[in-house]
Design a protein around this ligand. Structure first.
Ligand SMILES: C[S@@+](CC[C@H](N)C(=O)[O-])C[C@H]1O[C@@H](n2cnc3c(N)ncnc32)[C@H](O)[C@@H]1O
Length: 267
């Protein structure tokens, strides 16, 4: 069973997920259009979170299509089937469950999910098995590239000085708790090893995106109690980091790359 580090018990988790959706949906939908999502298709959204992509699938496949939205915790998805007649919601752990094998989905999508899974390779094998032959998976995962380099582009420089040490402590914390902070760069090779064919993709770095900057502030707030408890940063460092992210009107934030990789099931 997966132990997800950012579960929905945190009161602001819906706000954090909504900010991520506002930042990332445009790019994701562009990729899904390129993959060929269209009316009448059967689509699976894994780790659907707050459900914006499941809603997009619902509108795009229309009444003749079907959408399945899964998550470890489906609390934020409960309203979906009432809103969209072609959507069903299932509580599923993608690293364990193969309940959907044989469903023959045309398209499967998972964003910012596999990096959290203890055995992402096994999850990829499960994903192949729920696709129809010829079906396509689009998998998207971040890569905390800047934590290696020792800085994250955030201007002015004073904002970066306040932001980066706390972000670095948060990355280390997430890594120790099982999050694969560099999974994005490994994704294409892992998909090939899992048996996907025609594997290709691209990575996007958002620059100056206020929604992404807001989601980062919420991520820092979410992990702040744990960082304070382990003593890796103190309250004044966290306050300075949040002020740099939230309050500085001239701050320009450059996000971590998000890798979007597609692959086809051929057999
Ligand atoms: C960072 S959120 C991303 C949510 C959504 N995919 C998005 O990009 O807006 C990660 C989501 O994956 C779910 N999740 C984590 N581990 C999972 C697993 N093993 N199986 C299914 N869902 C999982 C979490 O509950 C959470 O909703």
């Amino acid at each position: 069973m997966s132990a997800y580090i950012a579960d929905q018990t945190w009161p602001d988790e819906a706000r954090r997920l909504n900010a991520l959706e506002r930042a990332l949906d445009e790019s994701t939908c562009r990729h899904l259009v390129r993959v060929g999502v269209s009316a009448g298709m059967r689509c699976l959204e894994i780790g659907a979170g707050s459900g914006s992509i499941a809603r997009w699938f619902s509108r795009t496949v229309g009444p003749t299509g079907q959408v399945t939205a899964t998550d470890l915790d489906t609390t934020l998805l409960e309203a979906l089937p009432g809103e969209c007649a072609n959507v069903r919601v299932l509580r599923e752990d993608i690293s364990e469950s193969v309940r959907l094998v044989g469903e023959g989905f045309d398209v499967v999508h998972a964003r910012l999910v596999l990096g959290h899974v203890a055995q992402p390779e096994r999850a990829l094998t499960n994903i192949i098995q729920v696709l129809r032959k010829g079906g396509v998976a689009l998998i998207e995962d971040a890569d905390f590239l800047w934590s290696d380099v020792g800085e994250q582009p955030l201007y002015p420089a004073s904002a970066a000085l306040a932001y980066f040490p706390v972000w670095r402590a948060a990355v280390d914390y997430m890594h120790r708790r099982g999050y694969a902070v560099h999974w994005g760069r490994q994704l294409a090779a892992a998909m090939r090893s899992a048996g996907f064919e025609d594997v290709s993709g691209e990575a996007v770095i958002l620059i100056g995106d206020r929604a992404l900057q807001g989601s980062m502030a919420l991520t820092i707030k979410r992990f702040a109690p744990a960082l304070l408890q382990e003593g890796s940063v103190d309250q004044s460092a966290i306050d300075a980091c949040l002020a740099a992210l939230e309050d500085h009107p001239g701050t320009t934030f450059t996000g971590s790359p998000v890798f979007s990789v597609r692959g086809r099931r051929s057999r």
